[in-house]
Design a protein around this ligand. Structure first.
Ligand code: PLP
Length: 388
């Protein structure tokens, strides 16, 4: 471990403050360090390992695909890419999908699509994308500009123009910001993940769609973190009976392989034309085969299990000593504690439970199929530590 830590320090750019943990292997929701110590993973690789580590079904599908074709380029047709796009469209009602490699890239594609749509539909000056304060949409220059948190902006100026920020859960402010700009789209997260696991209020979600309709704007829903079953529905917007024009996702889609998807609804299905966008790796056959395997297992049984686990966690933690509040949807939860979240996380790691943070909160994003006994054990340890 010391050797790895030392060399990481020497050779890897210092963009992450890593916890004192080096995992060597894992199975399901259990991870193991170099001494064979076992950890219950309540972070799921930040909502990526949908079915935990080394899931057998996923692993077999991915390995089989690597033995057939690992990459062809987007100049040719491949079966996994088509199967996945069809599956996503059939399960969402969206019409077409553009594949990339990450959440930020999925959002870049959404921004480009919205601007190209508005350019033709409304005129080139209608380019502004309204996002929400406290949002997070990625770390490329454009998605950082879309991110409504100044702390991410310092030292990286100048940013591209054409982003404006409205206050979450304030429909009057949204209408005001829209009226002050020539807009193409509104982009929202249903639960602000990096912003502290804060769900939007149902009335505000409805207001976003109402304001968008009244002003001929597209609605983009960023489901990078909330998507792929995490909220207890396949995509979190489905909890609100609304129909976005563009949905982006990544993280858990391919169960641990890099894949972003930008799903395009009726209005924008044919906006992207040959040469207007592209990606070398996007739609890679191995990642798409992994995603087909993951998506085919996100069914009603799994989703109702996600809800049951959500209810169990809320019941156990919301009244626990040292807990101020628990927010979130499904298996995406933020716990506000009286004690410092970083200290809680460090102590839980010592006791064999891996947790995440989001702003000042402890954040839980476990694998959707975490066995109930492991979940119970982890929650007991968390309760002990927050009460210390
Ligand atoms: N959008 C949301 C809502 C996210 O939570 C994240 C990452 O945390 C991103 C976009 C960026 O995704 P990626 O890190 O895959 O680029």
């Amino acid at each position: 471990m010391n050797d790895i830590k030392q060399q990481d320090n020497e050779y890897v750019a210092h963009t992450y403050s890593r916890f004192d943990l080096c995992l060597i292997s894992g199975k399901g929701s259990l991870g193991y360090d170099e001494n064979g110590k076992e950890y219950i993973d309540m972070g799921g690789g930040i909502a990526v390992n949908t079915f935990g580590y080394a899931d057998k079904i996923w692993q077999d599908t991915v390995c089989e695909q690597t033995s057939k074709l690992q990459h062809t380029s987007n100049l040719y047709f491949t079966e996994p890419c088509v199967t996945l796009a069809k599956m996503l469209c059939e399960r969402t009602g969206m019409k077409k999908v553009f594949f990339s490699n990450s959440g930020a890239e999925a959002n870049e594609c959404a921004i480009k699509t919205a601007r190209k749509w508005a350019h033709t539909e409304k005129g080139p000056e209608y380019s502004t994308i309204i996002t929400l304060k406290n949002s997070f949409h990625g770390r490329t220059i454009a998605t950082l500009a879309a991110t409504g948190q100044d702390s991410f902006h310092t030292e990286f100026y100048p940013f591209p123009e054409g982003f404006a920020y409205a206050t979450p859960n304030d429909s009057d402010d949204l209408a005001k910001v829209v009226s002050e700009h020539k807009c193409a789209a509104v982009m929202i997260e249903i639960v602000q993940g990096e912003g502290g696991v804060i769900p939007l209020e149902a009335d505000f979600v409805s207001a976003v769609f109402k304001v968008a309709k009244e002003n001929n704007l597209l609605v983009i829903v960023d489901e990078v973190q909330t998507g792929n079953g995490r909220s207890g529905m396949l995509y979190a917007y489905m909890n609100f009976g609304v129909k976005p024009d563009i949905v982006t996702t990544a993280k858990g889609l391919a169960g641990g392989l890099p894949l972003g998807a930008t799903m395009l609804g009726d209005k924008v299905a044919d906006v992207l034309t040959p040469g207007s966008h592209g990606s070398t790796f996007g739609g890679n056959p191995v990642c798409c085969a992994g995603a087909v395997s993951i998506l085919s297992r996100i069914d009603e049984t799994l989703l109702s299990d996600v809800i049951k686990k959500h209810e169990y966690i809320i019941k156990e933690l919301s009244t626990a000593d040292g807990v101020v509040s628990v927010t979130g949807m499904g298996l995406m939860l933020g716990i506000e504690t009286t004690k410092n979240a970083k200290e809680i996380i460090a102590e839980c790691i010592k006791r064999g439970v891996i947790l995440l943070s989001a702003k000042n909160k402890v954040r839980l994003l476990p694998a959707l199929n975490i066995p109930f006994e492991q979940l119970q054990k982890a929650i007991e340890i968390i309760k002990e530590v927050v009460a210390l």
